[in-house]
Ligand binder design. Structure first.
Ligand SMILES: [Ca+2]
Length: 252
Protein backbone atom coordinates (compact mmCIF):
# COMPACT_ATOMS: atom_id res chain seq x y z
CA UNK A 1 0.00 0.00 0.00
CA UNK A 2 2.82 2.31 0.95
CA UNK A 3 4.49 1.66 -2.47
CA UNK A 4 1.23 2.53 -4.24
CA UNK A 5 0.85 5.66 -2.09
CA UNK A 6 4.45 6.69 -2.87
CA UNK A 7 3.83 6.16 -6.61
CA UNK A 8 0.61 8.26 -6.41
CA UNK A 9 2.47 10.99 -4.56
CA UNK A 10 5.25 11.01 -7.20
CA UNK A 11 2.65 11.20 -9.99
CA UNK A 12 0.87 14.02 -8.19
CA UNK A 13 4.18 15.93 -7.83
CA UNK A 14 5.00 15.36 -11.52
CA UNK A 15 1.51 16.63 -12.40
CA UNK A 16 1.97 19.73 -10.27
CA UNK A 17 5.34 20.43 -11.91
CA UNK A 18 3.75 20.09 -15.37
CA UNK A 19 0.92 22.48 -14.43
CA UNK A 20 3.43 25.03 -13.07
CA UNK A 21 5.61 24.74 -16.18
CA UNK A 22 2.53 25.32 -18.34
CA UNK A 23 1.49 28.34 -16.25
CA UNK A 24 5.01 29.82 -16.48
CA UNK A 25 4.98 29.31 -20.27
CA UNK A 26 1.59 31.07 -20.54
CA UNK A 27 2.72 33.99 -18.37
CA UNK A 28 6.03 34.29 -20.26
CA UNK A 29 4.18 34.21 -23.59
CA UNK A 30 1.71 36.85 -22.40
CA UNK A 31 4.58 39.03 -21.17
CA UNK A 32 6.37 38.69 -24.51
CA UNK A 33 3.16 39.60 -26.36
CA UNK A 34 2.73 42.67 -24.18
CA UNK A 35 6.34 43.68 -24.63
CA UNK A 36 6.01 43.43 -28.42
CA UNK A 37 2.73 45.35 -28.28
CA UNK A 38 4.35 48.06 -26.12
CA UNK A 39 7.31 48.30 -28.51
CA UNK A 40 5.01 48.63 -31.51
CA UNK A 41 3.01 51.37 -29.78
CA UNK A 42 6.11 53.30 -28.74
CA UNK A 43 7.50 53.01 -32.27
CA UNK A 44 4.17 54.36 -33.61
CA UNK A 45 4.38 57.30 -31.20
CA UNK A 46 7.98 57.88 -32.25
CA UNK A 47 6.95 57.86 -35.93
CA UNK A 48 4.04 60.25 -35.20
CA UNK A 49 6.43 62.63 -33.37
CA UNK A 50 8.88 62.47 -36.29
CA UNK A 51 6.10 63.15 -38.80
CA UNK A 52 4.95 66.14 -36.77
CA UNK A 53 8.56 67.44 -36.56
CA UNK A 54 8.90 67.09 -40.36
CA UNK A 55 5.59 68.96 -40.84
CA UNK A 56 6.82 71.74 -38.56
CA UNK A 57 10.10 71.97 -40.50
CA UNK A 58 8.20 72.12 -43.80
CA UNK A 59 5.98 74.91 -42.45
CA UNK A 60 9.03 76.84 -41.22
CA UNK A 61 10.72 76.34 -44.60
CA UNK A 62 7.61 77.63 -46.41
CA UNK A 63 7.51 80.65 -44.12
CA UNK A 64 11.17 81.39 -44.80
CA UNK A 65 10.51 81.37 -48.52
CA UNK A 66 7.58 83.78 -48.14
CA UNK A 67 8.39 87.50 -48.51
CA UNK A 68 8.99 89.27 -45.17
CA UNK A 69 5.91 91.28 -44.23
CA UNK A 70 5.96 94.62 -42.43
CA UNK A 71 4.71 92.92 -39.25
CA UNK A 72 7.51 90.32 -39.45
CA UNK A 73 10.06 93.08 -40.01
CA UNK A 74 8.97 95.04 -36.93
CA UNK A 75 8.92 91.85 -34.86
CA UNK A 76 12.45 90.98 -35.95
CA UNK A 77 13.55 94.56 -35.16
CA UNK A 78 11.93 94.38 -31.70
CA UNK A 79 13.57 91.06 -30.85
CA UNK A 80 16.95 92.29 -32.13
CA UNK A 81 16.65 95.36 -29.92
CA UNK A 82 15.85 93.12 -26.96
CA UNK A 83 18.85 90.88 -27.69
CA UNK A 84 21.33 93.64 -28.42
CA UNK A 85 20.15 95.94 -25.66
CA UNK A 86 19.70 99.63 -26.22
CA UNK A 87 22.53 101.01 -24.11
CA UNK A 88 19.94 102.66 -21.84
CA UNK A 89 19.20 101.58 -18.28
CA UNK A 90 15.96 99.94 -17.08
CA UNK A 91 14.56 103.30 -16.02
CA UNK A 92 15.43 104.96 -19.31
CA UNK A 93 13.77 105.08 -22.69
CA UNK A 94 15.91 104.55 -25.78
CA UNK A 95 15.37 107.15 -28.49
CA UNK A 96 16.86 104.76 -31.08
CA UNK A 97 18.43 106.33 -34.15
CA UNK A 98 22.09 106.50 -35.22
CA UNK A 99 23.30 108.45 -32.18
CA UNK A 100 22.37 106.56 -28.98
CA UNK A 101 20.23 108.75 -26.77
CA UNK A 102 18.33 107.92 -23.59
CA UNK A 103 15.65 109.91 -21.78
CA UNK A 104 13.93 109.10 -18.50
CA UNK A 105 11.08 106.61 -18.78
CA UNK A 106 8.89 109.28 -17.19
CA UNK A 107 9.20 111.44 -20.32
CA UNK A 108 8.10 108.79 -22.81
CA UNK A 109 4.56 109.31 -24.13
CA UNK A 110 3.93 112.39 -21.95
CA UNK A 111 2.89 114.55 -24.91
CA UNK A 112 6.15 116.52 -25.21
CA UNK A 113 9.07 115.56 -27.50
CA UNK A 114 12.17 114.91 -25.37
CA UNK A 115 14.26 112.83 -27.80
CA UNK A 116 15.96 114.83 -30.54
CA UNK A 117 14.19 112.63 -33.09
CA UNK A 118 10.91 112.81 -31.15
CA UNK A 119 10.77 109.00 -30.91
CA UNK A 120 9.55 109.19 -27.28
CA UNK A 121 6.25 110.53 -28.66
CA UNK A 122 6.01 108.23 -31.70
CA UNK A 123 2.35 107.76 -32.50
CA UNK A 124 2.82 104.03 -33.07
CA UNK A 125 4.82 103.47 -29.88
CA UNK A 126 2.54 105.59 -27.67
CA UNK A 127 -0.65 104.22 -29.20
CA UNK A 128 -3.35 103.22 -26.71
CA UNK A 129 -5.39 101.48 -29.38
CA UNK A 130 -4.75 98.05 -27.83
CA UNK A 131 -5.92 99.16 -24.37
CA UNK A 132 -9.06 101.05 -25.35
CA UNK A 133 -12.44 99.90 -24.03
CA UNK A 134 -13.79 96.95 -26.03
CA UNK A 135 -10.41 95.63 -27.19
CA UNK A 136 -10.32 91.88 -26.75
CA UNK A 137 -7.58 89.28 -26.68
CA UNK A 138 -7.41 85.54 -27.00
CA UNK A 139 -4.78 84.05 -24.74
CA UNK A 140 -3.19 80.72 -23.95
CA UNK A 141 -2.04 80.19 -20.39
CA UNK A 142 -0.05 77.40 -18.83
CA UNK A 143 0.13 77.28 -15.03
CA UNK A 144 3.20 75.73 -13.47
CA UNK A 145 1.84 76.15 -9.96
CA UNK A 146 -0.06 78.72 -7.78
CA UNK A 147 -2.11 76.84 -6.71
CA UNK A 148 -1.45 73.90 -9.04
CA UNK A 149 0.00 73.01 -12.43
CA UNK A 150 -2.57 73.09 -15.21
CA UNK A 151 -2.30 72.17 -18.88
CA UNK A 152 -2.77 74.93 -21.46
CA UNK A 153 -6.03 76.79 -21.11
CA UNK A 154 -7.42 79.26 -23.61
CA UNK A 155 -8.89 82.44 -22.25
CA UNK A 156 -10.63 85.49 -23.54
CA UNK A 157 -9.90 88.94 -22.14
CA UNK A 158 -11.71 92.19 -22.83
CA UNK A 159 -10.77 95.72 -21.75
CA UNK A 160 -13.73 97.16 -19.84
CA UNK A 161 -12.19 100.39 -18.53
CA UNK A 162 -9.40 102.63 -19.77
CA UNK A 163 -8.51 106.01 -18.30
CA UNK A 164 -5.29 107.85 -18.96
CA UNK A 165 -3.86 109.20 -15.73
CA UNK A 166 -4.31 112.97 -15.71
CA UNK A 167 -1.13 113.64 -13.74
CA UNK A 168 1.19 110.92 -14.98
CA UNK A 169 0.25 110.57 -18.64
CA UNK A 170 2.34 107.48 -19.54
CA UNK A 171 0.05 105.52 -17.20
CA UNK A 172 -3.41 104.30 -18.20
CA UNK A 173 -5.71 102.74 -15.62
CA UNK A 174 -7.19 99.52 -16.93
CA UNK A 175 -10.21 97.36 -16.12
CA UNK A 176 -10.30 93.90 -17.66
CA UNK A 177 -12.67 90.92 -17.61
CA UNK A 178 -11.18 87.49 -18.23
CA UNK A 179 -13.29 84.50 -19.26
CA UNK A 180 -12.02 80.92 -19.45
CA UNK A 181 -13.41 77.37 -19.35
CA UNK A 182 -13.35 75.67 -15.95
CA UNK A 183 -10.27 73.42 -15.65
CA UNK A 184 -12.48 70.69 -14.11
CA UNK A 185 -14.06 69.73 -17.47
CA UNK A 186 -17.56 70.44 -16.15
CA UNK A 187 -18.47 72.69 -19.13
CA UNK A 188 -18.63 75.71 -16.84
CA UNK A 189 -17.21 79.07 -17.80
CA UNK A 190 -15.38 81.08 -15.17
CA UNK A 191 -14.90 84.81 -15.32
CA UNK A 192 -13.28 87.39 -13.17
CA UNK A 193 -12.67 91.07 -13.27
CA UNK A 194 -9.36 92.69 -12.69
CA UNK A 195 -7.90 96.14 -12.39
CA UNK A 196 -4.50 97.34 -13.38
CA UNK A 197 -2.27 99.71 -15.27
CA UNK A 198 -0.76 100.02 -18.70
CA UNK A 199 2.59 101.80 -18.88
CA UNK A 200 3.08 103.39 -22.32
CA UNK A 201 6.78 104.03 -21.69
CA UNK A 202 7.59 100.32 -21.24
CA UNK A 203 4.54 98.92 -23.10
CA UNK A 204 3.82 96.77 -20.04
CA UNK A 205 0.39 96.00 -18.63
CA UNK A 206 -0.10 94.87 -15.02
CA UNK A 207 -3.48 93.41 -14.04
CA UNK A 208 -4.30 92.23 -10.53
CA UNK A 209 -6.56 89.30 -9.63
CA UNK A 210 -7.81 88.03 -6.31
CA UNK A 211 -8.86 84.43 -5.85
CA UNK A 212 -10.43 83.07 -2.64
CA UNK A 213 -8.24 79.99 -2.61
CA UNK A 214 -4.85 81.63 -2.82
CA UNK A 215 -2.98 84.90 -2.71
CA UNK A 216 -3.59 87.80 -4.98
CA UNK A 217 -1.71 87.36 -8.23
CA UNK A 218 -0.85 89.68 -11.06
CA UNK A 219 -0.41 89.18 -14.77
CA UNK A 220 2.34 91.13 -16.51
CA UNK A 221 1.81 91.48 -20.27
CA UNK A 222 4.57 92.85 -22.47
CA UNK A 223 3.69 94.27 -25.88
CA UNK A 224 7.26 93.72 -26.97
CA UNK A 225 6.77 92.12 -30.38
CA UNK A 226 6.92 95.42 -32.26
CA UNK A 227 3.14 95.84 -32.61
CA UNK A 228 -0.09 96.20 -30.63
CA UNK A 229 -1.41 92.76 -31.53
CA UNK A 230 0.77 90.35 -29.58
CA UNK A 231 1.92 90.23 -25.99
CA UNK A 232 3.91 87.68 -24.06
CA UNK A 233 2.78 87.47 -20.45
CA UNK A 234 3.37 85.77 -17.14
CA UNK A 235 1.44 85.40 -13.89
CA UNK A 236 3.07 85.86 -10.51
CA UNK A 237 2.03 85.98 -6.89
CA UNK A 238 1.82 89.63 -5.93
CA UNK A 239 3.25 89.01 -2.45
CA UNK A 240 6.59 87.42 -3.39
CA UNK A 241 6.65 87.56 -7.22
CA UNK A 242 6.75 83.74 -7.32
CA UNK A 243 6.19 82.78 -10.98
CA UNK A 244 2.89 80.91 -11.49
CA UNK A 245 2.78 80.42 -15.24
CA UNK A 246 3.30 81.93 -18.67
CA UNK A 247 0.92 83.05 -21.37
CA UNK A 248 0.65 84.52 -24.84
CA UNK A 249 -2.06 86.95 -25.96
CA UNK A 250 -3.23 87.76 -29.46
CA UNK A 251 -5.65 90.53 -30.23
CA UNK A 252 -8.98 89.02 -31.21
CA1 LIG B 1 8.16 113.01 -24.01
Amino acid sequence: ISQAAAAAQTMWKAGAVLVMAFAITVVAYDFKERLIDYRIRSQMLHIAALESAVDQLEREFDQQNAPVSEVDASRIKASLERLEGTGCSETQFSCGGQIPECVSNLFACDGKKDCRNGHDEDEEFCSLDHVKVGTSFIGVYQAWHCPQALPYIRYYAIITESHRDTVFSPVTLIGMTVVFPSPHHDHKVLSFRSKGYYFSNSRKMFTYYTNETYDQFSVVSLFNKGDDNYASCYAQLTSNEDLCGTCLMTRA
